[in-house]
Design a binder for this molecule. Structure first.
Ligand code: MG
Length: 219
């Protein structure tokens, strides 16, 4: 067992893709222009737009609200006045939040690592990341929730990893990083000398609980 664990939030501890897709599937009910589109098509398109515009936000090219408006405009394929875009996004957000849930095996993972100090290291917007942790009822399991607001730079920049390790009073080599994103979570952790486990939520052998004991024994 590692001395400390760093763990990503979205699609590692919380099934964010599920919440996003479920909420996006109902866009047809939320806007008449989208009523004719199939739910799966809406979810796919929203996923693509989210990836594109969230990356722009994290690269400092737009604001949190700016990327939200851009996603709405992309989905409607036209220019949308800010108030209309904000109103539609707010209705989406309400639904998105109702679908937040822990990934399968999260309770078992938290029970088995009860004696290991853990820090959440997320690229999410701080307010929303904290709401997710609170809603999931997992806050007491973590020493802290670190987001790019702490160091000014998102993962894969090493600053967030190093801040988490320092908070635990450990060295990178003592820690295990768990995350679903190869580029943002795994590559930088390994460059710092940490062990890293690449989660894939629905893949046997690569789920969160599998991070603690692989075929070659405890990591
Ligand atoms: Mg993630």
């Amino acid at each position: 067992m590692p001395l400390g664990i760093l763990i990503d939030l979205d699609d590692t501890l919380i099934d964010d893709t599920f919440a996003m897709r479920q909420a996006a599937r109902s866009f047809g009910e939320l806007h008449e222009d989208l009523a004719a589109l199939a739910a799966d098509r809406l979810a796919d398109r929203w996923g693509e737009l989210t990836e594109t515009h969230w990356r722009r936000f994290r690269d400092g090219e737009t604001t949190l609200q700016g990327q939200r408006r851009a996603r709405v405009r992309g989905l409607l394929s036209r220019d949308v006045p800010d108030p209309e875009a904000d109103a539609l996004f707010a209705r989406y957000l309400e639904r998105y939040e109702t679908h937040w849930r822990r990934v399968e095996g999260a309770d078992e993972f938290l029970a088995r690592t009860a004696g290991v100090p853990k820090v959440i290291v997320s690229n999410g917007e701080r307010g929303q990341a904290l709401r997710k942790v609170e809603r999931l009822g997992v806050g007491r399991h973590f020493v802290a929730v670190l987001t790019p607001e702490h160091t000014g730079k998102p993962k894969p920049d090493p600053s967030l990893f190093l801040a988490a390790v320092a908070l635990l009073g450990l060295e990178p080599a003592d820690c295990l990083m768990i995350g679903d994103n190869l580029e943002a979570d795994i590559v930088p952790a390994r460059s710092l000398g940490m062990a890293a486990f690449h989660v894939s939520m629905h893949e046997p052998g690569r789920r969160l609980v599998d991070s603690l004991a692989g075929p070659e024994g405890p990591r």
